[in-house]
Ligand binder design. Structure first.
Ligand code: IVH
Length: 666
């Protein structure tokens, strides 16, 4: 194979694997194999600039070139939709269409995605241009940025028209949005108000590498062009899916007004379980000829309409502000509200985030405040209705200066929005919070113990830190509130079993500030024992990959505290793992020796990466795709149909998660 052929081959394969992974959620090869192919392609392209292709999968990575966006005219204007807010409005739309058409018609019901709209132009199966809506006539050319979005195909497959335009919505999934805002908060950068702003802000970034890092997604919902294949919108969307586009799987054809209402009622609540923000339903007359007959008004099509969900917002009175102290001592202000109904539940309390937000709202007791449920479970205050303030203004809300639990003077660390109670050693919620963290699933995973039990044990003086757990006796706790003999024994067993928990998780369980599960893992693979870590200097700590000054300092602080050193000594006596066991990283067994194993689907007990690791630890080999040489497939839920079929054809065995764990004796 010549280099040129190899380049073409790699590009084709990488486009295909991208689609499998990002659109179909069904990867055929491992991440490593994907990365290897990508690196090979990058290297080859470096040597062959003459074979440059602006749509090569390597362009997804995002370059550093920044430039002003060029303005581009839309071939077809980007119209908006008429909005409706009630069932009556929807009925009006339906009746109008019925009168105008005077024949049977179907309505395609779909979700109204709340992101930023985009127009994509494809020529000969290649993405040539991506333009924002702009003023509807012309928009910004954001092609380079859009190319970094993995679910937007750069190259199509199947039987696509030579030239067409497809429109859709670019979105930032809730999860990415929350992570992004957390990172911004830590860096004291302004927060994005909602995923829509985050998506459009990101899309307008001058740096494609930033866009690439922000995990945007896209759904396409409108196909335009001279030679598009179908006679209906729905058919066109199915076709578009077959060329590689991500189309919502929640589109539905309605043949009556009642079916439309059912769709609206269903999604009004069900949309809360979607990974992306939606703000309504879009209704489109399905048949293209009928669409044409209905035509357009100056601003919007007569064949489509948007129904907007009720904003999930309520107005209620602020009665008082209380303060919660967390495990780290961070103090969170909580608004206590006049109970109000908000999307199915009664809300009495809402988060006020931090002192700056309270100050920003110029909040007074008795104010009428807006409460919203965002993607988070805890509702938040999003505004104050100053118009409804009477001349008798209540007290101004001022952030407390002392800890409500232990009375210590609060401190504010540089670069952080939160106030902290510095009394780590005797402030009750901090102590209980640390014990709760210690026993939690990702830490020591002590069965039978939960926050209520911890609270009880602490209240009656049985424990005052995590090391005390190991001195508990069944007879001390049997007979306590709601505690039978059996649960008492379970708890004691659970605590005893936690002595086997590996060092890296113990390190995480200690609850050292800024040492999360990942950092703990890094530390445990670098320092062999807690003593090595304890003796490490600031410089030595900072030499470790991924450990910055902030973390290093916090570790030093932790080990310079006498109380913490005492806890460690007592944990050591109790037999908790305070050093790395050699077997943590070495071969655990050879029960899978000589076997080639493919992992597929979604798992309940461990992550994919953990399973990969286990396979290696037990002498097996991870392979990406199913072949006759595959020993078995470790299959979770939702294994792709293509893989299943292939496995059946080749007679490759399917092994469930439980069977697998049994095989390796776990
Ligand atoms: S169709 C001519 N379908 O809502 C019809 N729009 O005001 C073009 N939107 O600008 C739009 N989800 O950004 C359509 N399933 C969907 C949509 C959708 C969200 C946005 C789009 C448009 C606005 C309508």
């Amino acid at each position: 194979m010549t280099d040129a052929e190899r380049i073409l081959y790699l590009r084709r394969e990488l486009h295909r694997h991208n689609h499998n992974y990002y659109v179909l959620n069904n990867p055929e090869i491992s991440d490593k194999e994907f990365d290897d192919m990508m690196h090979e392609l990058q290297d080859l392209e470096l040597f062959h600039p003459e074979l440059d292709d602006p749509n090569s999968p390597t362009r997804r990575v995002g370059s550093d070139i920044s430039k002003e966006f060029a303005q581009v005219a839309h071939r077809y204007p980007m119209l908006s939709l008429g909005n409706t807010y009630s069932e009556a409005d929807v009925r009006e739309f339906y009746e109008r269409v019925r009168k105008l058409l005077n024949e049977d018609f179907e309505v395609c019901c779909e979700l109204k995605f709340d992101g930023t709209s985009i127009s994509l132009v494809y020529e000969d199966g290649k993405l040539v241009r991506a333009v924002t809506r702009g003023d509807g006539e012309k928009g910004d050319d954001v092609t380079q940025n859009v190319k970094t979005i993995r679910s937007i195909p750069l190259m199509l497959h199947g039987d696509y028209p030579r030239s067409f335009e497809i429109r859709g919505e670019i979105l930032m999934p809730w999860e990415s949005f929350e992570t992004l805002n957390k990172e911004r908060e830590a860096r004291e950068e302004p927060l994005f108000a909602n995923p829509r702003n985050a998506a459009s802000g990101t899309l307008k970034s001058q740096n494609p590498a930033v866009v690439a890092s922000r995990k945007l997604d896209a759904y396409l919902y409108y196909l335009l062009g001279e030679d598009i294949p179908g006679e209906s919108h729905y058919e066109n969307m199915q076709q578009a899916a077959s060329w590689g586009f991500r189309i919502s799987e929640h589109m539905k054809l309605a043949r009556s007004f009642n079916e439309i209402l059912d769709y609206i009622a269903y999604w009004d609540t069900e949309r809360k379980n979607l990974p992306v923000a939606t703000d309504g339903i879009v209704l489109k007359v399905n048949n293209l000829k009928q669409q044409q007959r209905l035509g357009y008004t100056a601003k919007s099509p007569r064949w489509a309409i948007a129904y907007k969900f009720q904003a999930e917002r309520a107005l209620t009175r602020l009665n008082r502000v209380t303060y919660q102290v967390g495990r780290t001592g961070a103090v969170t202000p909580v608004a206590n509200l006049e109970p109000v109904q908000l999307s199915g539940t009664v809300v009495k309390r809402a988060s006020l985030h931090n002192a700056d937000i309270i100050e920003g709202f110029d909040l007074h007791i008795g104010d009428m405040v807006y409460v919203e449920k965002g993607g988070e479970i805890i509702p938040k205050i999003t505004g104050v209705d100053t118009g409804s303030r009477s001349f008798m203004l209540g007290d101004k809300v001022r952030f407390i200066t002392h800890c409500p639990e232990c009375g210590s003077k609060l401190v504010r660390y540089e670069g952080e929005a939160a106030y902290y109670c510095p009394n780590e050693t005797t402030c009750p919620p901090q102590i209980k919070g640390r014990i709760e963290h210690f026993i939690s699933r990702k830490a020591m995973a002590i069965d039978g113990l939960g926050p209520e039990t911890v609270d009880l044990f602490y209240r009656i003086g049985l424990i005052k830190d995590c090391a005390d757990l190991y001195t508990l006796q069944a007879r001390d706790i049997a007979g306590l509130e709601r505690m039978g003999e059996k649960s008492a024994v379970n708890i004691i067993h659970g605590i005893a079993d936690s002595r086997q928990v590996p060092f890296e998780r113990v390190l995480f369980a200690l609850g050292i500030r800024f040492v999360g599960a990942t950092v703990a893992k890094v530390l445990a693979s670098h320092f062999k024992s807690i003593d090595e870590l304890k003796d490490a200097t600031l410089t030595q700590l900072m030499e470790v990959n991924e450990i910055g000054e902030k973390i290093a300092q916090s570790i030093r602080e932790y080990f310079s505290n006498e109380t913490n050193l005492d806890i460690i000594e007592r944990l050591r006596k109790a037999g908790v793992q305070l050093e790395r066991e050699e077997k943590d990283e070495e071969q655990l067994s050879d029960s899978l020796s000589g076997l080639s194993i493919v992992i597929s689907g979604v798992f309940a007990h461990h992550s994919r990466d953990e399973y990969k690791h286990m396979i290696e630890q037990h002498g097996g080999k991870n392979v990406g795709s199913v072949s006759a040489k595959t020993s078995f497939i470790l299959a979770g839920e939702n294994m792709g149909p293509a893989k299943l079929e292939k496995a059946a054809k080749l007679g490759v065995k399917i092994v469930s998660e439980e069977e697998f764990l049994h095989m390796i004796g776990s």
